[in-house]
Design a protein around this ligand. Structure first.
Ligand code: UT7
Length: 320
C-alpha cells in the first residue's frame, strides 16, 4: 500500500511586485535580479489576506481536483514559517473553512522544506493505517517577515500556497504512489538562514536574514545528495525520472542541481520566474503548475527536492 496524490491546487495573491517596482525601493536592477536568480516578479498578499486565506484557496482547489469534500479529509498538515497567529495552528482555520469537523489538523515548521516534511508525516499516518486521506499544504506570507530595505533578501521572496490531497492506494492505482521520502536537517547551520527574532527570544516575528552565498553552496550540494539518496534507496536509474520538481529559490541552484543529476532542463519544472521563493509553498506550487499545465502526467516518475533554513533538506520520488 502507498499514498497516492489525488488532486493538487495552488493560489497566488493578485498583487504583483515586479523587479522594476523593486528598483524604486532598494538599490537593485531588473538585470541583476534576473541574471542572479531568474526571478521576474513575485505575488504579495493583500492587507486582508493571511497565510490561511491563501491556504484555503489552494486547499479548495486540491479538493475539487480530487473530487472530494472537507468531510473526506482525516488530517490536515500545513507547513508554514508565517502562521496567522502564534496559536492556534493555521491548519485549524483551513479545517473550519473546508467544513471538516472530524479528524485533526496541525502546522509544521521546516522552512522551505516544510511541504516535504508535511508530506512525509501525512504519508506515515496513511501507511500505518491511522487515517485514509490527508490534505497537505504549504502556505506562506513571507512578505510580512521580509525586510523591504534589505536588497540581499527582499528581491527573492514572495507569497503563495499549494496543496495536495493524498490517500491510500487501491488495486486500480497500479504503480502510482509515493515511493520514498527522505528528510534531513543540520542545526549547526541554523544561523545562515534565520530571522532577527522570534516569539520566545524577542517577542517579535523578526525579519529574514541570510548568508546568500553560503546557502547557495550548501543548497546545490544538499539537493544533489538527497536526490541521489532517494534514487539509490529506491534502486531507480536517474534516466527513468520523467521530471524534477525542485524547490524554487534560484534558477542557478536549480540548473546546478539538474546538471549534477544529469537531468536536462526540459525535464525540470521552473516556476520561480513568476513568484520567486515562496518557501514551504514552493514545491506544491510547482507540482500543481506541472500537473495543471499538462507537463506532469499520470504514470510519470517525478523527483522532488527542497532545501531551506535549519538547514533542512528533503527528497522524494513519486509515481503520479
Ligand atoms: O530557500 C532557501 C534557500 N535560499 C536560497 O537558496 C538562496 C541562496 N542564495 C542565492 O540565491 C544567492 O546567493 C543570492 C541571489 C542571494 C545572491 O546571489 P550571488 O550571486 O550569490 O551574489 P552575492 O551575494 O555574491 O553578491 C554579489 C554582489 C555583491 O556586491 P559586491 O560585494 O560584489 O560589491 C552584493 O552586495 O551583488 C550585490 N547584491 C545585489 N546587487 C543588486 C546583493 N543583492 C543585490 C541586489 N541587487 N538585490
Amino acid at each position: 500500500m502507498k499514498s497516492v496524490i489525488r488532486g493538487t491546487g495552488s493560489y497566488l495573491p493578485e498583487k504583483i511586485l515586479t523587479n522594476f517596482d523593486l528598483e524604486k525601493m532598494v538599490e537593485t536592477s531588473d538585470a541583476w535580479i534576473r541574471e542572479r536568480t531568474g526571478i521576474q516578479c513575485r505575488h504579495i498578499a493583500d492587507k486582508e489576506e493571511y497565510t490561511s486565506t491563501l491556504a484555503i484557496h489552494a486547499a479548495k482547489e486540491a479538493l475539487k481536483n480530487a473530487h472530494l469534500t472537507g468531510e473526506d479529509i482525516d488530517l490536515i498538515i500545513l507547513a508554514t514559517t508565517t502562521p496567522d497567529d502564534t496559536t492556534p495552528a493555521t491548519a485549524v482555520r483551513v479545517q473550519e473553512a473546508i467544513g471538516m469537523t472530524h479528524g485533526f489538523a496541525f502546522d509544521i515548521q521546516a522552512a522551505c522544506s516544510g511541504f516535504m516534511y508535511a508530506l512525509n508525516v501525512a504519508n506515515q499516518f496513511i501507511l500505518n493505517k491511522s487515517i485514509k486521506t490527508a490534505l497537505v499544504i504549504g502556505a506562506e506570507t513571507l512578505s510580512r517577515i521580509v525586510d523591504w530595505k534589505d536588497r540581499n533578501t527582499c528581491v527573492l521572496f514572495g507569497d503563495g500556497a499549494g496543496a495536495a490531497v493524498i490517500s491510500a492506494s487501491t488495486e486500480e492505482d497500479g504503480e502510482a504512489g509515493i515511493l520514498d521520502i527522505v528528510l534531513h536537517s543540520d542545526g549547526r547551520f541554523r544561523n545562515l538562514l534565520t530571522t532577527t527574532g522570534g516569539v520566545s527570544r524577542t517577542q517579535t516575528t523578526g525579519y529574514v536574514l541570510m548568508e546568500g552565498r553560503e546557502v547557495f553552496r550548501h543548497a546545490v550540494m544538499n539537493l544533489t545528495d538527497v536526490a541521489e539518496e532517494v534514487l539509490n534507496r529506491t534502486h531507480t536509474d536517474k534516466n527513468t525520472v520523467d521530471f524534477l520538481v525542485p524547490h524554487q529559490a534560484n534558477v542557478r541552484i536549480i540548473e546546478g542541481t539538474a546538471k549534477k543529476l544529469n537531468i536536462p532542463m526540459e525535464r525540470v519544472i521552473v516556476t520561480l520566474t513568476e513568484h520567486g521563493n515562496t518557501s514551504a509553498a514552493s514545491i506544491p506550487l510547482a507540482l500543481h503548475h506541472g500537473i495543471a499545465s499538462g507537463k506532469l502526467k499520470k504514470g510519470h516518475l517525478i523527483l522532488l527536492d527542497a532545501m531551506g533554513g535549519g538547514f533542512t533538506w528533503a527528497g522524494a520520488l513519486i509515481r503520479l
